[in-house]
Design a protein around this ligand. Structure first.
Ligand SMILES: Cc1cc2nc3c(=O)[nH]c(=O)nc-3n(C[C@H](O)[C@H](O)[C@H](O)COP(=O)(O)OP(=O)(O)OC[C@H]3O[C@@H](n4cnc5c(N)ncnc54)[C@H](O)[C@@H]3O)c2cc1C
Length: 568
């Protein structure tokens, strides 16, 4: 079976997120919250992006002969040197990416953007780029928030973005084995649109779901909002077809389990475009749930809530864990209650009377067969109550679900209003979770306030494992005149606190350029050498995504973009 996705999904606007027509502007309550919480007297919309016509792009460094050969491989309509395409492929969607593009700087835009239509075309493109010494950036949805799609030339004469957009078909579905094979450029909504009529779901819903692609999920080991139940991208993927400069490679096994040596699939999953281009992937799929049950609980503190989640994971039946399992810290909970309208305000008053003066709100979503889902929720309730939880009914979890993809739009408006806003994430064992939360939160707050401004940090747990949980921080402050320096200062402080706490430098955003300097602290010098060895085998000339994931050796000449970054 081969189906082509025909759904029209808006590609992201050049200065921010998604389709601006879908953005809901901040209401009076939100603006007031910014004023009182952040002390920002002036949150007027006075920092709009520059006009599109004023965005600066460098000259195309590829001659007619090179472009002609690329057109011969992909077809003339699928090789673009148009200014608009180059700008759209000039970076990802982190706050520093947005600050740069909003200021009109797309100087690092790729020389050309290619839209190959098959694995064979990708193979020919890579062979050509090796011969002509051109760097290649595999581009999925371009939603990286760690510099993963920055077009770095490194020592090469040009850089090309290979956008997988045209490769978005469902190639095969095995309904008996619950697996499906897709081309790698298919986006989140199109995956679900292809599976739903056949009675299945992938169950992978990162906040970037509307823009991100399957190839991007696999290349970054992403985690969706329901990953506690369905598993993260690395759990969902079974096998991958990769085109490398050294040739094509299939990794993973059609068998359900295998002991045939080390799992080479794990080398490709998380490789962030540094080894080759993933052109298709086979993933585990799940029957569409017959029932979905929402729940919300309050705990008297973030630490008490985290302990309740640990007990749920350890004392409950394995299958009882909610698919979505989120716990907000007390600051995030206060914002949710304050901005949620009269019903949540009443909830906060009720909790105050029950002794939860500064509560931590947990949201759950159980999915599955009808009777089983209700039974899971009931069994979970016994554990959560015994852990000190107060049950709040389904409303807060339903409200979260309705708005769960709207956060990125808010960031665009906040930047326009002169508010610096960014997120980062980590994960730690249960033993280290609270200390990591305290250390990272403190480091971010200190760095935000280092120049005399005010800062605000909130956090939540969004993924629960047997041995620990993730921590996701969202932070705001007044945007300083040099927003890039402000961001580098905060990010450095947070990253150093994460490393010192013994947590991971990234739970799901991946490494890219931003986390590369901290990778050695996590995997060791020999681990870095192993990665370099694998890259030397699959990409001997080093054309694949220079400057990402694997730190350059100490004596190497810095590539164009990393040279300007603040290093630890
Ligand atoms: C608003 C927002 C919310 C987000 N929420 C989440 C979240 O909830 N969970 C989460 O895990 N992440 C999240 N992210 C991060 C990001 O969306 C994920 O990393 C996602 O998996 C990237 O997919 P993409 O298709 O956009 O990849 P891209 O951004 O295009 O690429 C990311 C990296 O993967 C490589 N790559 C992409 N496609 C291929 C391919 N076919 N072959 C080889 N390499 C490839 C690129 O070269 C790059 O290094 C969020 C980002 C934003 C902006």
């Amino acid at each position: 079976m081969v189906t082509q996705n025909t759904e029209k999904i808006p590609h992201s606007v050049w200065y921010g997120w998604g389709d601006p027509a879908r953005a809901k502007p901040l209401g009076a309550g939100g603006l007031e919250y910014l004023r009182t919480t952040l002390g920002l007297d002036s949150v007027e919309a006075v920092h709009p992006p520059v006009d599109f016509d004023d965005v600066r792009v460098g000259p195309v460094a590829l001659g007619d002969e090179v472009l002609g050969e690329l057109r011969g491989i992909c077809g003339a309509p699928h090789v673009s040197t148009e200014r608009a395409e180059r700008i759209l492929h000039a970076g990802g969607k982190s706050t520093p990416d947005l600050l740069r593009i909003r200021a009109g700087d797309a100087a690092q835009a790729p020389d050309a953007v290619l839209f190959p239509g098959s694995a064979e075309q990708v193979r020919e493109v890579l062979e050509f780029c090796v011969r002509r010494r051109l760097a290649v950036v595999a581009f999925g949805g371009g939603t990286s928030v760690v510099g993963g799609v920055e077009p770095e030339r490194g020592p090469f004469s040009g850089v090309i973005a290979v956008d997988l957009r045209r490769m978005d078909g469902l190639l095969h579905l095995d309904a008996l084995s619950h697996t499906a094979t897709f081309e790698a450029g298919i986006r989140g909504p199109a995956i679900e649109a292809a599976l739903e009529p056949l009675g299945f779901t992938l169950g992978h819903f990162p906040q970037s779901h509307q823009q991100a692609t399957l190839g991007g999920y696999v290349a970054t080991r992403s985690a969706g909002q329901a990953s506690t139940g369905y598993g993260r991208a690395d759990d969902l993927v079974k096998s991958v077809h990769l085109e490398t400069p050294a040739g094509p490679m299939d990794v993973g096994s059609p068998a359900p389990g295998s002991a045939a040596g080390p799992r080479l699939l794990d080398v490709v999953v998380g490789s962030e475009g540094t080894l080759g281009v993933i052109t298709s992937a086979t993933v585990r799929i799940h029957p569409l749930p017959a029932a979905r049950s929402h729940g919300a609980w309050s705990f008297e503190s973030f630490a008490a809530g985290a302990e309740a989640l640990r007990r749920l994971r350890h004392e409950g039946v394995r299958g009882d864990m909610p698919h979505v399992c989120r716990l907000s810290d007390t600051d995030q909970t206060a914002a949710t209650f304050r901005l949620g309208g009269p019903k949540t305000a009443a909830m906060a008053r009720y909790l105050g009377l029950r002794g939860h003066k500064t509560p931590a709100l947990a949201l759950f979503l159980w999915e599955g067969p009808k009777r089983e889902t209700a039974a899971r929720r009931r069994r979970s309730a016994r554990i959560l109550r015994a852990a000190g939880g107060i049950r709040l009914g389904p409303l807060p979890a339903r409200a979260w679900e309705r708005g769960r993809f709207s956060g990125p739009y808010l960031r665009d408006e906040l930047l326009t209003r002169g508010v610096y806003v960014e997120t980062l994430e980590t994960a730690a064992s249960w033993t280290r979770l609270d200390a990591t939360y305290t250390a990272v939160r403190g480091a971010i707050l200190n760095a935000l306030e280092a120049r005399g401004g005010t800062g605000y940090v909130q956090a939540h747990i969004s993924h629960v494992y047997p041995d620990g949980a993730s921590l996701y921080f969202t932070f705001l402050g007044g945007l300083e005149p040099d927003g890039q320096a402000q961001n580098a200062r905060v990010k450095k402080a947070a990253s150093e606190a994460i490393v010192a706490a013994g947590a991971t430098i990234t739970h799901h955003h991946a490494v890219g350029t931003d986390h590369s300097p901290y990778l050695e602290a996590e995997i060791g010098a020999l681990g870095i050498e192993v990665l370099r060895g694998i890259k030397a085998t699959l990409d001997p000339s080093g054309i694949m995504n220079p400057g990402k994931l694997i730190p350059a050796p100490a004596n190497a000449t810095p590539s164009n973009a990393t040279a300007t970054k603040e290093q630890p």
